[in-house]
Design a protein. Structure first.
Length: 395
C-alpha cells in the first residue's frame, strides 16, 4: 500500500508526465547517442578524406547512387518508372517501399533541402533514433553500459556506412528497435503501430511481424496450458490488437502493387524481376561453389561466425521477440536469390546479434579497453566503407 504522502501528492498533467518521461529517456541515452555519433563521425571523416583524394563528392556517394536514386525518383514523381536492361530484363520501381520517399518528399517541401539532401538527413536522424532504440533494448536487458556499447557496435558494423546513406536500413532499424522495446514493456499496440511503419519501409519487416506474432502465440499457449483460460482473449486484447496491426503496412504495399498491376501476386512478380525470389539458399550455395577455394573457405568461415553469434544469442536466453527477430532477419537475408554483395547490409538491422559481444565488451576490466576495441572496430568499418563507396558496385 502507498503511504499517505504518496496518495495525496498531486498528479502531474498527462502531457507534462509524458514530456518528463521522454526527457528522462533521452538523458539516459545521451552516452549511447554520443558514442554512436562519434563512431559514425569517424566513418564520415574517413570517407570525406578518401573521396577528396579520389576527386569525388562524398555527399553524392551517400545520396546519389544505386537504391538512393530509385527512392528519390519515387519521391519526386511517384511510382511508375521502369528500367529495361540490355538482356531484356525489367526493373520496376514498385519493388521499393513508400515510407522513405514519402519522408524525403515531405522534408524537401518543408525545408530548403533537395530531395537528395532530405534523404541523407532522414538517414542520419533515423540512425540516431535507431541507436537510441538499440540502447533502450540493450539497457533493459543487460544494463545501461551494455546498451551504450551495443549502440556503438551497431555504428561500427562492417557495412555501417549504409546507415549514413539515403537508404532504408537506418529508418527500418529505428522502427524495429523501438517496436521490440515496446513489446519488452508490454506495450503491444505501440509495437504494432511501429511495425506498420516498418512494413512500409522494407520487405524485411516480415521478420518483425513474425517475431511479434510468434511471441503472442507463445503467450497464449503458455497461459492456456497453465490453466488460466478464463478471459484469455479479453485479458490479452491489447496484445492481439497489436499483432493484428503489425502486418498492415507490409500488406498495404503488397495490395497496392497488386491493384496497380492487376494481379494478386504482382508484388512477388516484381521482386522476381529484380532477382529477389526466395530460393531456400540455393543461390548462396551456388555463389560459394563458384568462388576460388580460399575465398570460399573465407566465406564459409564468415557464415560459421554468423551461426556462432546466433547460438550465443540462444544461450544468452534473449527474450523470445528479440531472439526471433534477429534470427528471422538473418534467415530472410540468406534464403533469397538476390545480389550476394548486398547480404551483409541486409543483415545489419539484426542488431540483436550484437548483444553477446556487447555484454562481453562490457565485462572488460576497464572502460578504456572497451573504448579501444570499439575504436578499432570503428576505424576498420570506416576504411571498409570508404573502399566500398569508392568502388563501382552497390553495397
Amino acid at each position: 500500500m502507498p503511504d499517505q504522502q504518496t496518495r495525496t501528492r498531486p498528479v502531474a498533467p498527462e502531457s507534462h508526465s509524458t514530456r518528463h518521461g521522454a526527457m528522462a529517456l533521452l538523458t539516459a541515452a545521451a552516452p549511447a547517442l554520443g558514442a554512436y555519433a562519434a563512431v559514425r563521425a569517424v566513418g564520415l571523416l574517413v570517407l570525406q578524406v578518401a573521396a577528396s583524394a579520389a576527386g569525388k563528392d562524398a555527399l553524392h556517394l551517400l545520396g546519389g547512387r544505386w537504391d538512393s536514386v530509385w527512392y528519390q525518383r519515387i519521391a519526386e514523381n511517384g511510382y511508375g518508372y521502369t528500367v529495361t536492361l540490355p538482356d531484356g530484363g525489367v526493373h520496376p520501381d514498385l519493388a521499393f517501399f513508400p515510407l522513405l520517399p514519402a519522408m524525403e518528399r515531405g522534408l524537401a517541401a518543408l525545408t530548403p533541402l533537395t530531395v537528395q539532401g532530405a534523404g541523407i538527413a532522414v538517414a542520419w536522424l533515423a540512425g540516431l533514433l535507431a541507436a537510441w532504440g538499440i540502447f533502450a533494448v540493450g539497457a533493459r536487458l543487460h544494463g545501461r553500459r551494455t546498451g551504450v556499447v551495443l549502440a556503438a557496435l551497431w555504428g561500427a558494423y562492417p557495412t555501417a556506412f549504409v546507415q549514413s546513406m539515403a537508404y532504408t536500413e537506418s529508418l527500418f532499424t529505428a522502427l524495429a528497435a523501438w517496436s521490440l522495446y515496446a513489446v519488452l514493456r508490454d506495450r503491444w499496440i505501440v509495437a504494432g503501430a511501429l511495425c506498420v511503419l516498418a512494413g512500409l519501409t522494407r520487405p524485411s519487416a516480415a521478420a518483425l511481424i513474425a517475431a511479434l506474432a510468434i511471441t503472442a502465440a507463445a503467450v497464449l499457449v503458455r497461459e492456456w496450458r497453465a490453466g488460466d483460460r478464463r478471459g484469455l482473449l479479453r485479458r490479452n486484447a491489447r496484445m492481439l490488437l497489436g499483432v493484428c496491426l503489425a502486418p498492415l503496412g507490409w500488406l498495404g504495399h503488397v495490395v497496392f502493387v497488386a491493384v496497380r498491376e492487376g494481379g494478386a501476386f504482382a508484388y512477388f512478380d516484381v521482386q522476381a524481376q529484380w532477382g529477389n525470389s526466395i530460393d531456400g539458399g540455393r543461390a548462396l550455395a551456388a555463389f560459394i561453389a563458384g568462388l576460388p577455394l580460399p575465398a570460399a573457405l573465407g566465406l564459409c568461415a564468415a557464415l560459421g561466425l554468423l551461426g556462432w553469434l546466433v547460438l550465443l544469442c540462444v544461450r544468452q536466453r534473449q527474450p523470445l521477440p528479440v531472439l526471433l527477430y534477429g534470427i528471422a532477419v538473418v534467415v530472410i537475408s540468406l534464403i533469397g536469390s538476390g545480389y550476394f554483395g548486398s547480404r551483409p547490409r541486409l543483415m545489419m538491422p539484426a542488431f540483436t546479434l550484437l548483444l553477446p559481444p556487447a555484454v562481453a565488451l562490457t565485462g572488460l576490466r576497464t572502460r578504456a579497453r572497451t573504448g579501444a576495441v570499439v575504436a578499432a572496430l570503428a576505424i576498420g568499418s570506416a576504411a571498409y566503407g570508404a573502399w566500398t563507396l569508392l568502388g563501382p558496385g552497390p553495397p
